[in-house]
Design a protein around this ligand. Structure first.
Ligand SMILES: C=CC1=C(C)c2cc3[nH]c(cc4nc(cc5[nH]c(cc1n2)c(C)c5CCC(=O)O)C(CCC(=O)O)=C4C)c(C)c3C=C
Ligand SMILES: [Fe+2]
Ligand SMILES: [Fe+2]
Length: 329
């Protein structure tokens, strides 16, 4: 028997700048925001706005935000993704009894889909299960992974067999891992506050055009609340990280937290179930910026509950997804 599985895993996430500098952030945003899956307005109009305004003004401010969360190991999104890759490989080896190649790819920047594809090809795999690290499907994230992979495969004369994990927003292992992370927070710091589940937003129009993302977020929230035995008054869901002038999914996280601060609420626990890995949008926007909005408005204790990152129960759930989607291989 061979000591390596006949399939490999392509773990995909968004991508992140290579350094917390305006130049590196400009390169990153230039690639990310030019993707029509992310911003779908007419190309000539968007080209003028992106290059004439966004990429001239935003990188400096955003680089400062990245600098505030940067670690010795680089961007948190990258360092956590590398840990997840290693942990998933170890968990799959334990389950399958053979090495299962796991390559990491980012939709934007490095490691690219081409690099990850080559890594899997060198490992001799002919079958690939694609694991976008987005529990809830959105055209702006999961579909962008699909497009980027298809682009990387364009020059190939022969394709690997592919299966794609579209979403896992209601997977029992995912819901349990989220609930466990909340329970652990309560064990350490006490169960006193309202639970806010804040999701990255998308333009409202995308949902009206058929993106199932808000339905998935609503279902995740309801299942987490049920698993924790929370009543309707004990939790709320909101959407964060608005970009541009269009209306996005509501309610907006920053507005809700500011209002709660004004009401003088004494304690809020915030978690971000759409983020598999801690990143700029959780560590800076939620754990720092929104904490300030809440407390400056008059709110009390504010706790951010970390993303699932490389927790054992998260990695076990990811391995179960791989097992489920490689049946028959
Ligand atoms: C969790 C799922 C995500 C969805 C859905 C999503 C949609 C979406 N995002 C933008 C614009 C930006 N997002 C930015 C950062 C960012 N977004 C996600 C995830 C989702 N985005 C992550 C994990 C990150 C963090 C990356 C990191 O390096 O840590 C940014 C960059 C920061 C900034 O300039 O504010 C932008 C821009 C749009 C327009 C969109 C849906 C249409
Ligand atoms: Fe985003
Ligand atoms: Fe708390």
């Amino acid at each position: 028997m061979s000591d390596q599985a006949r399939f490999g895993v392509l773990m995909a996430n968004l991508g992140t700048p290579e350094a917390p500098t305006p130049e590196a952030v400009r390169t990153y945003l230039g690639e990310f925001l030019w993707d029509p899956r992310v911003i779908d307005i007419s190309r000539p109009v968007w080209w003028a706005i992106l290059n004439g305004f966004v990429l001239r003004t935003r990188p400096k401010k955003v680089a400062e935000a990245y600098a505030s969360i940067w670690t010795e190991d680089g961007s948190p999104l990258m360092s956590v993704s590398l840990k997840q890759q290693r942990a998933l490989k170890a968990e799959l080896k334990a389950r399958f009894g053979v090495d299962v190649p796991v390559a990491l790819a980012m939709t934007y920047g490095k490691p690219s889909m081409e690099e990850a594809g080559l890594e899997l090809r060198r490992a001799g795999v002919e079958r690939i299960v694609v694991l976008p690290m987005y529990p809830q499907f959105s055209r702006s994230t999961t579909a962008a992974v699909f497009d980027r992979l298809a682009k990387a495969l364009k020059p190939c004369p022969h394709l690997p067999e592919l299966r794609m994990i579209r979403d896992f927003h209601d997977h029992p292992g995912y819901i349990k891992a989220l609930a466990n992370s909340v329970r652990e927070h309560w064990q350490q710091l006490g169960k006193q506050g309202h639970l806010l589940m804040s999701y990255h937003g998308v333009p409202k129009r995308y949902a009206e055009e058929g993106d199932p993302y808000p339905r998935h977020c609503e279902r995740t929230s309801a299942l987490v609340a049920e698993e924790l035995g929370l009543g309707p008054d004990e939790w709320t869901m909101t959407y964060q990280s608005r970009f541009g002038r269009e209306e996005w999914l509501k309610p907006y996280t920053d507005e809700v937290l500011t209002a709660w601060g004004k009401e003088g609420r004494e304690h809020v626990d915030v978690m971000c179930p759409a983020f598999s890995a801690d990143c700029l949008e959780t560590l800076e926007e939620i754990a720092m910026q929104n904490k300030e909005f809440f407390q400056d408005a008059g709110g009390g204790e504010y706790h951010y509950i970390p993303a699932l990152n490389d927790r054992d129960d998260h990695v076990a759930m990811l391995a179960s997804l791989v097992e489920q989607h490689t049946q028959g291989w």
